[in-house]
Design a protein around this ligand. Structure first.
Ligand code: GAP
Length: 411
């Protein structure tokens, strides 16, 4: 058996994803639409298992995080205040010969002269900013007053609902608001299968804290997120932490890590963990005129909290899980001849199918009925085990908090 190259491996993964019903090209029967994908029967189970596990670890198992689910369309003012309307863009260059529109950093340079990487022409336009947000109109009229955008990140709805969530959840700093949802970016050059898509899902946590805790929490969340990937079957030695340099980092951030994974097409970002300071809440407070301050009952101080944000891509993680699970081995076929098999070895936590009970004969009603019964029982057993595990976890949390309360009362 020869070992496939990385490019061959990626090609096999893409083809396997289609054949086995993980991922299809969107609108395929009409020729597709670049950068858009649909998840098939197995893909949707894998994706759901990933999102459910993220939610379990980041929200349900923590006392300091609550969830929310914001709308995709928001008032345009949100995108003006966040800076996305003015600055969420890539510099683009058009080739006047082959008409390709390309990112400025993709131009090739020979002896100081820029050339089109497609046709080699030097007849190029100056680079111009190209906003990555999809523009749309809300309501019956299509004019300046009805413009808004499909959200390019889920984070902003968390920031603009910060005060409402704080009031209803009665959380004290540090605490977080988590969200899983769709985001849209009109990427100039969607590529590497689902890695860079125009529609994708994010799993984001905005973890609010005091300014002095920001850098420590940045380290804390980086470590938590690395553990998460290991717990779903992405080994630590395939993950890399890149410290984003001052030049590359957003101007308001005082520290950002990219968690990268060794995809077959190279080492690429899975998740960003960023210390965004108090930039977002300050911007929205200024633009809306509504206070987004936190009142500290102990010190009687009012201030705008800082925030640390672990922001992961659902689709990129699904792709990493598939790449990691992909393996080839040899097994005998029906006639005993050795053949190469493609096997997906998923971690049981996220495997789309965890176990199956097969009747030995399909045409024996009694056997089929028995197998169906066993599957139903298996579901019950798994359900009951999970219930009892949750119950004992709740009991130990309760015991801990009773102990804490007693300790406070005796102080
Ligand atoms: N709120 C911060 C934020 O959106 P980002 O680094 O632009 O930060 C976070 O995006 C994550 O979203 C990335 O690490 C990646 O996993 C995912 N992501 C971003 N753009 C994507 C795209 N075009 N296709 C698929 N996933 C994408």
């Amino acid at each position: 058996m020869t070992t496939p190259t990385d490019a061959q491996r990626m090609e096999k993964i893409v083809s396997l994803c289609k054949r086995r019903g993980f991922i299809f090209q969107s609108s395929e029967i009409y020729g597709g639409l670049n950068g858009l994908w649909d998840y098939g029967p197995l893909g949707v189970e894998l994706k759901r298992n990933l999102k459910n596990y993220w939610w379990r670890v980041m929200v349900h198992e923590r006392d300091d995080v609550v969830g929310m689910d914001g709308s995709i369309l928001m008032n345009r003012a949100v995108w003006k205040a966040s800076g996305h309307e003015d600055t969420f863009s890539d510099p683009m260059v058009d080739c006047r010969v082959c008409k390709a529109r390309l990112r400025a950093d993709q131009m090739i340079e020979k002896k100081g002269v820029r050339q089109c990487p497609n046709c080699g022409s030097k007849d190029l336009t100056e680079s111009r900013p190209f906003n990555l947000m999809f523009k749309t109109y809300v309501g019956a009229t299509e004019d300046e007053s009805s413009i808004t955008y499909l959200r390019p990140e889920t984070a902003q709805s968390i920031f603009v609902q910060f005060k409402n969530v704080l009031e209803v959840s009665r959380k004290k700093l540090p605490f977080g608001i988590a969200q899983i949802g769709k985001a849209f970016r009109n990427e100039i050059n969607p590529r590497n299968f689902t890695f860079r898509s125009r529609e994708f899902e994010q799993m984001e946590l905005e973890y609010f804290c005091r300014a002095e805790e920001g850098m420590r929490l940045l380290e804390y969340w980086k470590e938590q997120r690395l553990k998460f990937y290991e717990n779903i079957g992405i080994p630590r030695d395939t993950l890399h932490v890149k410290t984003v340099s001052d030049e590359e980092r957003a101007f308001y951030s005082t520290g950002t890590y990219d968690i990268e994974y060794d995809f077959p097409f190279g080492r690429q970002e899975l998740e960003g963990v960023a210390y965004r300071t108090d930039y977002d809440l300050s911007q929205h407070q200024k633009a809306s005129g509504k206070s987004l301050e936190y009142f500290d009952e102990e010190t009687k101080q009012r201030f705008i909290p800082h925030v640390v944000e672990p922001s992961a891509g659902v689709d990129r993680t699904v792709l990493a899980l598939i790449c990691e699970a992909y393996s080839e081995d040899e097994a005998p076929d029906e006639k005993g001849k050795m053949e190469t098999r493609l096997v997906l070895r998923f971690h049981p936590r996220i495997a789309p199918i965890k176990c199956a009970v097969f009747p030995l004969l399909k045409n024996k009603e009694q056997l089929v009925a028995k197998a169906t019964m066993r599957v139903a029982r298996l579901d019950d057993v798994i359900g009951a085990r999970m219930k009892s595990a949750r119950r004992s976890a709740r009991r130990s949390i309760l015991k801990r908090s009773v102990r804490k309360t007693r300790a406070c009362a005796t102080r």
